[in-house]
Design a protein around this ligand. Structure first.
Ligand code: NAP
Ligand code: ZN
Ligand code: ZN
Length: 349
């Protein structure tokens, strides 16, 4: 075991505190990563505050991890010491079910192992702890290579925000000739805009106000509308092939469904704790779909990183020190994030 420094919450309403956690000894297939940067995803906040389910504390969140390989197990072939690598939302899965075999470990029929707040049931049975820490030990198959040309700080958010938007954009065929809308311009939303634009789609941002319009257009959006303005819904009726909803809170699904053209899909990646409701007539008319999507598989995550390198894409970030995590959480909750906070792990004393 290796004792490493971390930042943890000890209760749903507590602030982060400096602590230490144990990382397992590296097994033959394990990689020890020295973490350099860890992104703050809104899912970290939902989890740390127990908004989705009851959580065991202390909890070290963090599933947007970028760092450098410090040590490898005797049978590791994919990574070597000094490699620039990343870890996303999963650190293991059963590898034998049909979804794992199809490269979609996020839908593992036996349950994937989350990077934090999970149980390493395919390994030592220990509770997993995430990336707000100096080191992590991960099976080599769940470690991604960060291509040259993407700095580690802007790469970190790609491991969740990047893949979570890339996967549905690909699955629902975003590309030239397709009109794609993105609801919510936060961590996921800004990556959806960049990726959708790079794929060749015509991208529209649907934000609550026009406050971030200049940013949205710079990120690659062709159009930008405020959803607080009822005219938006009249003007954009039946416009889009695909809408990606990244909002962390409950939205009025029906009003967004009305913006889909025939055969269009509204894909929810936002994960508010409350259920969303849908009026069936909005689905029946125009043969619309209301769907969901979770992160992406390991193979697709590697593909996404390659796509970002090819197109010169990384996240827009604000680097913070470990002492600023609580403030950053407040700012994310208040939508005061431009567009991802990334912890400089060197400051985790
Ligand atoms: P974020 O940075 O906080 O962005 C969410 C955006 O939603 C905000 O910037 C804001 O955009 C909008 N918003 C926030 N509160 C709102 C409200 N009350 N009503 C309407 N719009 C609101 O969060 P994130 O990290 O991108 O994560 C977004 C959601 O995706 C979270 O629920 C997270 O848990 C979930 N998630 C899901 C997956 C998956 O696999 N499906 C993966 C990662 C994250 P505007 O200011 O532009 O309106
Ligand atoms: Zn996330
Ligand atoms: Zn599986």
């Amino acid at each position: 075991m290796k004792t490493v420094n971390a930042r943890a919450v000890f209760g749903a309403t507590e602030n982060f505190k400096a602590t230490t956690i144990e990382r397992r000894d590296i097994g033959p297939k394990d990689v020890l990563i020295e973490i350099k940067f860890a992104g703050i995803c809104h899912s970290d906040i939902h989890t740390a505050r127990g908004e989705w389910r009851e959580i065991e504390y202390p909890l070290v969140p963090g599933h947007e991890i970028a760092g450098v390989v410090a040590e490898v197990g005797s049978e590791v072939t994919k990574h070597k010491v000094g490699d620039r690598v990343g870890v996303g939302c999963m650190v293991n899965s059963c590898r034998t079910c049909e979804n794992c075999l199809a490269g979609e470990e996020q839908y593992c029929l036996n349950g994937n192992t989350g990077t934090y707040a999970g149980i390493n049931k395919y390994g030592d049975g220990a509770r997993t702890q995430g990336g707000y820490s100096t080191h992590i030990v991960v099976d080599e198959d769940f470690v991604l290579k960060i291509p040259e040309g993407i700095e580690l700080d802007v790469a970190a958010p790609l491991l969740c925000a990047g893949i979570t938007t890339y996967s549905p954009l690909r699955h629902w065929g975003a590309g030239a000739g397709k009109k794609v809308a993105v609801i919510g311009l936060g961590g996921l939303g800004h990556m959806a805009v960049k990726l959708g634009h790079a794929m060749g789609a015509e991208v529209t941002v649907l934000s609550r106000s026009l406050d971030k319009k200049d940013d949205g257009l710079k990120l690659g959006a062709d159009h930008y509308y405020a959803t607080e303005d009822p005219e938006t819904f009249k003007e954009l009726a039946k416009r889009f092939d695909l809408i990606i909803n990244t909002v962390s809170a409950k939205v009025d699904v029906d009003s967004f469904l009305s913006l889909l053209r025939v055969n269009g899909a509204l894909v929810n990646v936002g994960a508010p704790p409350e259920p969303l409701s849908v009026g069936v007539f909005n689905l029946l008319g125009n043969r619309r779909s209301f769907a969901g999507s979770a992160i992406g598989g390991i193979r697709e995550t590697q593909e996404m990183l390659g796509f970002c390198a090819e197109h010169g894409l990384g996240a827009e970030i604000e680097v913070i020190s470990a002492d600023q995590i609580d403030d950053a959480y407040e700012r994310v909750v208040n939508s005061d994030v431009r567009y991802r906070f990334v912890i400089d792990v060197a400051t985790i004393a």
